[in-house]
Design a protein around this ligand. Structure first.
Ligand SMILES: [Zn+2]
Ligand SMILES: [Zn+2]
Length: 726
């Protein structure tokens, strides 16, 4: 006999009286028979003397006094099978109730205002339970016993279909009516657990084009939500590992390979071999499909360019009214906005592209000094914040590119919310080396408010430190490749070989510095990278002139551009991303970047099924890996070799030359692990080639498992470095 109660930190306290034997058995069963979505981070046991005061086993009121540092805040959990069954069961009380949930499922992080996690401290407090719901809530034998989100059509949130002017549409079944509208070509804003989605048909190109215009995303791939796994298989290939991810309680967007007979609109993911697909994660999403023949709907975050996902009804109505045809809204407030997570599975690893709904802010174990409490605030793109305390890392949801005031405010708010929930007071904050990033400013602000030290962490070292902490390795030779990071010397880095141990790091190699003609313009227009790299090639002037529209002033402009690097007026970059961009432009895959990673992603797609027909020999000297030679070869073989093989050969060269230098470094220094990190680690061919080369040498190949290899993982690495220096 005894009791169980929530502690302030989302942990629980169980007090038991009984024989030693039965208590031991209970502790064992706690591990084996726990609910599917629960996580046991730690079990602390004490054996005080018996009091005989307990007559029965009860759940008692939360102990609010014990909101102590290091809390565990649960992430949102997708609708469970039991709830899905009840949703469809005409005899069930919650038949057709779009927000059906139980102890095993439903929103958590997005509705929690404060801890302990009890209804009055969530946005569910506005909905008083009806007698029946309360009965279930109080009944220990019921699946909804102490489920904080319990509700029904009588007492819970309600859903309404609105015209774009905000007038209610007369409908007894607004969700299914919304599905029918989508099927007929309407664009809808649909409110879910963590924010608004923009939704449309996946077959009617005209609707998708309209939706795209509203997002100012002319090319960027759009995620889709499919009815079920069978529907997914009709347009994409699904491996068992991917099916498991898709149906897990996280229910992320999984990047799947398009089937060769892909028959959804090409407007969904133009020029790419894969498509981001998720399954319904609330009753509402599931019901959208009921009255339609659609296998999938476009379901993309409703956010104005460079701004966070919209979460409030008023804001949605004000900002989306000229964009959508209808709104499907409900009346529960969203406490924390949260985008969908995005993952990719290849080989035996799952790579996180965006760690958000379903993951955040569940803690990740991290190998740092246990007493350290530190924060990382990220870089500039794909920002997250990360708090480390007692060997656990709590990362915020995806924040986005902190380039606008709105996103910056979102980051501050989400970070402070995390600090409030965990009750942690960091002693140090890790920030990027870049002096002008908003996140740098944020770190300085935090330092001024309270006594927090600021630790400036070089971008690529943050990536490498994250990888080391995830795998608990003492030293590593790491390949760190991405688009841009502010280097120790102030120049643009992004193709680095880094040796790191517990004391710090050393840049032992890098890609050949290449000119970025026009600075940032070379990122937007990869033809400028081509011009910079191939400026001495006899054919280049005419070739560039043939790219109509990109050099409106003709020969004069091209000649001026080509002369700039030798005049020494051009910034240099060792970025791997920029070299891949140049190859993508040479192959005609992308002349203008409309979203981050576009040229390199299209290059990867073009290389699918290709072979390394050029088999170029890596050229490196004193740790500088040449890339000009490779780009010349791609250019001069344009008419002889297939586009697919050229794309493959270019990626192969990058992977082989990087691994060669990294392996030489590891051998020389006696290091046993080689890591791969940075946004280029999303590239499957490059990752596989590196892995094979490294493992052939008998070395360990390490990639990220719990944090994104891209800039979403930077805050984690910064917090790690700050913890090591505390
Ligand atoms: Zn459930
Ligand atoms: Zn009810």
């Amino acid at each position: 006999m005894g009791f169980v109660r929530n502690l302030g930190d989302a942990g629980v306290e169980v007090v038991l009286e009984g024989t030693q034997d039965s208590i031991s058995r209970f502790i064992k069963q706690l591990q084996t028979d726990r609910p599917p979505t629960s996580t046991i981070h730690q079990v602390d046991t004490t054996y005080p003397p018996e009091t005989g005061e307990f007559k029965e086993f009860q759940i008692i009121k939360s102990n609010e006094s014990r909101v102590h540092a290091g809390s565990v805040i649960p992430p949102d959990i997708a609708i469970c099978d039991n709830c899905l069954r009840e949703l469809r069961d005409k005899r069930d009380r919650r038949y057709d109730y779009f927000f059906i949930t139980c102890t095993d499922c439903g929103p958590r992080y997005t509705i929690i205002d404060a801890l302990p996690y009890d209804r009055p401290r969530t946005t569910m407090r506005e909905f008083e339970m009806c007698e029946k719901c309360l009965g279930e809530y109080k009944d220990p034998r019921n699946r909804r016993f102490h489920a904080q989100t319990v509700a029904c059509a009588e007492c819970g949130p309600l859903v309404t279909l609105l015209t774009k002017e905000g007038r209610p549409v007369d409908s007894t079944d607004p969700v299914r009516a919304a599905g029918r509208l989508l099927e007929r070509g309407a664009v809808l804003a649909v409110k879910g657990n963590g924010g608004f989605h923009l939704a449309s048909s996946t077959l009617l190109t005209e609707a998708i084009v309209r939706l795209r215009k509203t997002k100012f995303r002319l090319q960027k791939p759009l995620a889709v939500m499919a009815k079920d796994l069978e529907a997914v298989k009709s347009f994409a290939e699904v491996t068992p590992a991917e099916a498991e991810l898709m149906t897990s309680y996280v229910r992320p967007i999984v990047l799947l390979r398009k089937r060769s007979d892909f028959d959804l609109s090409e407007q969904i993911a133009p020029g790419l071999h894969n498509v981001g697909v998720m399954l319904p994660y609330t009753g509402l999403h599931s019901m959208l499909f009921d009255d339609t023949r659609e296998r999938a709907f476009v379901m993309t975050s409703a956010n104005p360019p460079e701004e966070p996902i919209i979460k409030d009804n008023d804001e949605a109505l004000a900002r989306l009214k000229d964009i959508v045809d209808y709104f499907l809204v409900h009346d529960r407030k969203i406490s924390q906005r949260c985008d969908d997570s995005v993952v990719r599975s290849f080989g035996d690893t799952t790579t996180l592209l965006r760690r958000s709904r379903g993951y955040a802010p569940a803690p990740i174990s991290v190998a740092v000094p246990k007493n350290a409490c530190t924060l990382g605030v990220g870089g500039e793109l794909n920002v997250t914040s990360c708090l480390i305390y007692q060997g656990r890392a709590y990362m915020t949801q995806h924040i986005g590119d902190v380039e606008t005031l709105q996103t910056f405010e979102f980051q501050k708010e989400a970070t402070r919310h995390l600090l409030m929930l965990t009750g942690c007071k960091p002693e140090a904050v890790g920030r990027d080396l870049h002096p002008l990033f908003s996140t740098t400013k944020f770190a300085e602000e935090l330092a001024q408010e309270s006594d927090i030290r600021v630790v400036a962490v070089q971008h690529h070292y943050a990536h490498v430190a994250a990888l080391m902490a995830e795998h608990d390795v003492e030293e590593i030779a790491a390949i760190c490749c991405d688009g841009y990071g502010y280097g120790d010397d102030g120049s643009a880095w992004g193709g680095e070989i880094i040796f790191a141990d517990q004391t710090g790091y050393k840049r032992v190699g890098h890609l050949e510095p290449q000119p970025m003609i026009g600075g940032d313009l070379a990122t937007k227009y990869p033809l400028r990278m081509v011009a910079g790299i191939l400026r001495d090639n006899a054919e280049i002037t005419n070739w560039l002139l043939e790219r109509h529209g990109y050099f409106p002033h003709g020969r004069e402009e091209v000649n001026m551009i080509l002369r700039q690097p030798s005049a020494g007026k051009v910034p240099l970059t060792t970025s791997c991303g920029r070299v891949l961009d140049a190859v993508s432009a040479i192959l005609g895959l992308c002349y203008e970047r409309t979203y981050e990673g576009e040229p390199a992603m299209k290059l990867e797609s073009a290389a699918l099924g290709g072979k390394d027909s050029l088999n170029l020999k890596p050229v490196a000297r004193d740790g500088v890996i040449r890339t000009t030679n490779m780009v010349h070869e791609i250019f001069s073989n344009l008419w002889r070799v297939t586009l697919r093989d050229l794309a493959y050969s270019a990626q192969s060269y990058m992977a082989r030359s990087l691994s060669e230098t990294a392996i030489a470094t590891a051998t020389e220094l006696g290091v046993k692990s080689i890591g791969f990190t940075g946004g280029v680690a999303y590239n499957e061919q490059i990752t596989r080639t590196l892995k094979t080369a490294v493992e052939e040498e008998g070395l360990r190949f390490l990639v990220h498992v719990s944090v994104p290899p891209g800039d979403g993982g930077i805050s984690f690495g910064q917090a790690v470095v700050a913890a090591q220096h505390s």
